[in-house]
Design a protein around this ligand. Structure first.
Ligand code: WQD
Length: 357
């Protein structure tokens, strides 16, 4: 029996594939590589020494996706695939509603048809919007404030209704805080296309000399130093959290929601200082206007995941900075090979069917 991982070539997906393989699971990855590269999965195989079945397809292509259910014995699905850029979701909301919600409905319809009713869903702390109080618990008010966050919230509600219509389902919803860092090998990591939206990939691009300086979005928040505070969690801790969540999902039924964070907040300036201390690389920055829609402070109460999943984030902000830097310094252009940069025509989408061992 295999675990189907949608979006398994992505930042969190690829790290989770490693932890699933290390745990002995057989995995199948479906990815359209629209926001990721097949190379990340080659490296997953290099790190683990294991093969995985990869299907290069778009979840909107329900006919092709059904074939994956037909030819494989699938035990559960971990659904990462989705668009996740807040700013882009504001500019092109229909694209986000169509992609994120329709693909989730398609995957759930096929799961129902093939009697696969174990689902782990990738949600986000963005469903909390601008939190009134911190730390944030799973019972805190949800109030998404952008189309990306609203797709996550709508999907959570769709999944709750799915369970009401069929109590055989076991659904675990994971609300991520701010995943950063990389696998200690330095072989996989965050590889955003274009100019990074998020803090850590922007810092590492400055550190590697591809961007001139960090722009710190505002220094007038009511925080320790005026800059925004977030709950940064090492992507490997987050990946391990998925293994613990899958284990619980396989053994139970019902809908469960968990915050996956560290329960500790760091300001932007604290992250910059931690990065400089961990790497010895100076990060020039300038203070600019606050970013529209940004919360001042956002960090998790993680006691529910600790109690019910027996999971806790273990890696420090120093680990996150060291591991982010090892990835970026060893891979200045992410997964894009130098020759592909010089000859863009070489960038091709290969159909992958890695043989099972
Ligand atoms: C972190 C802090 C910024 C960049 C977003 C999404 C969320 C999730 C994680 C998907 C904030 C500041 C950032 C920069 C800066 N993604 N910052 N200069 O906004 O907390 O969450 O990514 O699920 O849905 O909303 O993360 O990394 O963008 O920002 O000063 O160049 O760094 O103001 O305080 P955010 P972020």
């Amino acid at each position: 029996m295999a675990i189907l991982v949608t979006g398994g070539a992505g930042f969190i997906g690829s790290h989770t594939c490693i932890e699933l393989l290390n745990e002995g699971y057989e995995i199948i990855v479906v990815d359209n590589f629209s926001n990721s590269k097949p190379e990340s999965l080659n490296r997953v195989c290099e790190i683990t020494g294991k093969y995985i079945m990869i299907y290069h397809l778009d979840l909107l292509d329900s006919e092709s996706l059904e074939k994956v259910f037909l030819v494989n014995q699938i035990e559960a699905v971990i659904h990462f695939a989705g668009l996740k850029a807040v700013g882009e979701s504001i500019k092109d909301s229909l694209k986000y509603y169509k992609n994120n919600i329709t693909t989730t409905i398609i995957i759930c319809e096929l799961m129902q048809k093939y009697n696969v009713k174990k689902l782990v869903f990738s949600s986000s702390a963005t469903v909390y919007g601008l939190p009134d109080t911190v730390p944030i618990t799973e019972g805190s008010p949800v109030q998404a404030i952008n189309p990306y966050g609203r797709t996550k919230l709508m999907i959570e509600e769709i999944l709750q209704d799915l369970y009401i219509s069929d109590n055989e389902w076991s659904i675990t919803i994971l609300r991520y805080f701010n995943p950063i860092g990389a696998h200690e090998s330095g072989l996989i990591g965050e590889d955003p296309s274009g100019i990074p939206n998020n803090l850590m990939p922007y810092i590492t691009k400055v550190a590697v000399g591809q961007l001139k300086e960090l722009q710190i979005f505002g220094k007038s928040y009511s925080t320790v130093d005026g800059t925004g505070v977030r709950d940064y969690i090492h992507v490997v801790d987050l990946a391990i959290g998925h293994v613990f969540a899958l284990d619980k999902t396989l053994k139970t039924s019902g809908v469960k929601i968990y915050n996956l964070g560290t329960g500790k907040g760091y300001s932007v300036l604290e992250v910059v200082s931690a990065f400089e201390a961990a790497t010895g690389v100076k990060i020039p920055f300038k203070i600019t206007q606050p970013r529209t829609g940004d919360a001042a402070i956002c960090y998790a109460n993680t006691s529910k995941a600790e109690k019910e999943l027996n999971w806790i984030a273990k890696k420090s902000i120093q680990d996150m900075c060291e591991d982010s830097w090892r990835w970026q310094s060893h891979n200045p252009n992410g997964y894009t090979k130098n020759e592909e940069l010089e000859n863009p025509r070489l960038i091709r989408s290969e159909v992958f069917l890695m043989p099972k061992n």
